[in-house]
Design a protein around this ligand. Structure first.
Ligand SMILES: [Zn+2]
Length: 307
């Protein structure tokens, strides 16, 4: 049972390639895969000395708690929608491929060396990893962000996010955002509650990714309690902090979900590459899946072209 569930969950991943949806959306990688020549990777020297310290400070700045931002200071939907988007990357598993990984699964499984090269490229190119509170303040009030902001998000609670991604990010002073699916906590190949607490204590953001990855568009009756309320309570008990950010399983959403999430205390929600909702851009913040096939240069081109 556990093994079956774990296997199902590990390949459920966040994308909706296999899900049927009427919404206009692009396959996360298709747009970018074919285009490789227009962007140029910055040739910045590796960070060192005072530059590294400055980068670390810019990366670590947490941003104001959304609840402290007066409503009167927040822009309307049109203003928020019009602001330039901050690139946001979505990762799942970070491990070397095996013979059992399907062609399509490899978009969601980034080999360790490829992941390290992608993150190094971001650092060498001068990107600053920001946190959701900073993004929220920027989108709602126009608050200033560090130069070349980017957000690094990790879905589905995979163990390698703690063992591989976390120390790799730390090497560059980067903090991440971890969207946890609470059913998997403590299961083989997934993070434990203690790991999630450590990530939170170190200043990484913990967000909700439901209980067991059911599609938000299909919730009825008690599903909101099972998939949203209980996981929020679990994550708040683990971290001792309010859970304010949500990532849609498979990236799928509908407008009926927005009031449900808002009344449960969420201030923003993250989808995948599809279009944003113009009336509720904070609840359809776009991310792209950083594919396991991508070289650092391809990733850079995708960042430039997708946001
Ligand atoms: Zn997911």
């Amino acid at each position: 049972m556990v093994a079956t569930l774990a296997a199902a969950l590990s390949l459920a991943a966040c994308d909706s390639k296999t899900a049927t949806t009427g919404e206009a959306r692009t396959t996360p990688n298709a747009e970018a895969m074919g285009k490789t020549d227009s962007a140029k990777i910055d040739e910045a020297a590796p960070t060192s000395g005072t530059a590294a310290v400055a980068a670390e400070e810019a990366n670590a700045k947490p941003g104001p708690d959304p609840s402290t931002i007066p409503a009167a200071k927040a822009g309307d939907a049109a203003t928020i929608y019009a602001r330039p988007q901050v690139p946001i990357l979505c990762y799942h598993q970070i491990r070397d491929w095996t013979g059992r990984d399907s062609k399509s699964a490899k978009d969601y499984i980034v080999p360790i060396a490829a992941f390290k090269a992608q993150i190094k490229m971001l650092a060498d190119s001068g990107y600053h990893a920001i946190q959701p509170d900073q993004l929220y303040a920027y989108l709602t009030t126009g608050a200033k962000l560090p130069s070349k902001p980017i957000m690094l998000t990790f879905d589905d609670t995979d163990l390698d996010q703690f063992t591989i991604a976390h120390p790799t990010l730390a090497q560059y002073g980067y903090k991440g955002v971890y969207f946890v699916m609470t059913v998997s906590l403590g299961r083989p190949h997934y993070m434990t509650k203690d790991m999630v607490k450590q990530l939170s204590d170190e200043g990484n953001q913990i967000g909700s990714h439901t209980w067991d990855h059911h599609n938000v568009k299909k919730y009825q009756g008690k599903d909101w309690e099972t998939q949203i309320d209980k996981p929020t309570k679990t994550l708040e008990e683990i971290t001792g902090k309010k859970i304010k950010y949500f990532a849609y399983p498979f990236g799928l959403w509908n407008t009926q979900a927005f009031p449900e999430l808002k009344q449960r205390g969420f201030v923003a929600a993250f989808s995948l590459a599809e279009k944003r909702d113009q009336q509720d851009p904070l609840f359809t913040i776009r991310r792209i899946i950083a594919s396991g096939y991508w070289s650092p240069r391809t990733l850079h081109n995708s960042i430039v072209q997708s946001f």
